[in-house]
Design a binder for this molecule. Sequence first.
Ligand code: AP5
Length: 191
Amino acid sequence: MFNLILFGPPGSGKGTQSEKIIAKYQTIHLSTGDLLRTEIAQETALGMEAKKIMAKGQLVPDEVVIGMISSCLDKNPQAKGFLFDGFPRTEAQAEALDKLMNLKKETINLFIALEVSEEEITGRLVKRGATSNRPDDSKPAIIAQRIKVYKTETESVADHYRKFGKVVMVSGEGDVEDIFERICKQIDSRL
Ligand code: AP5
């Protein structure tokens, strides 16, 4: 099994690159943002609660996202590996993921952090906000809040994996294909 965490601030291209990675490496894509948006679309109780939090650019409680990831891991016993996108976002989530991986006698093989300037990510999200239905892209103040939450609550999660030598920084700026090539190089060197 090859388990990868694709990390980076909002708008750094995690979703865009994840699509390409799962197509090439046949791993299961676990995006907590997508899972939450599915709950919202289905108007579940969890979705209705998450909707309010996400629209403000805040993080959904750890136990909610950990529960979702745990159940997705259980549903895919034959997976060749998992690609975690947007998870873990807090130290508590990283510790919970360690426990879930240990239970499966698995590990996180690689942690790729996409590096993109604040100016570039803001520009990308404002642009997407003009056409997307994502409420968290709709106002510059909410985009700024998401970036602030990333800096204060999420960025330090990389340190958790740095201790184990799993972290690689990859530039997330420029052409999508060039970024993908840089990511593939890192994955291939560890397969
Ligand atoms: P989530 O859905 O994870 O969103 P995010 O991290 O804010 O990231 P985005 O999806 O906006 O960006 P991305 O990095 O995936 O980039 P993308 O490829 O889309 O989370 C949303 C919310 O859910 C959170 O705020 C929180 O409330 C909640 N949540 C989720 N996970 C949680 C967790 N674990 N714990 C607690 N709460 C959680 O690209 C962005 C745009 O840029 C697109 O328009 C794309 O076309 C464009 N683009 C991509 N690459 C390039 C490029 N190279 N050049 C130019 N444009 C590009």
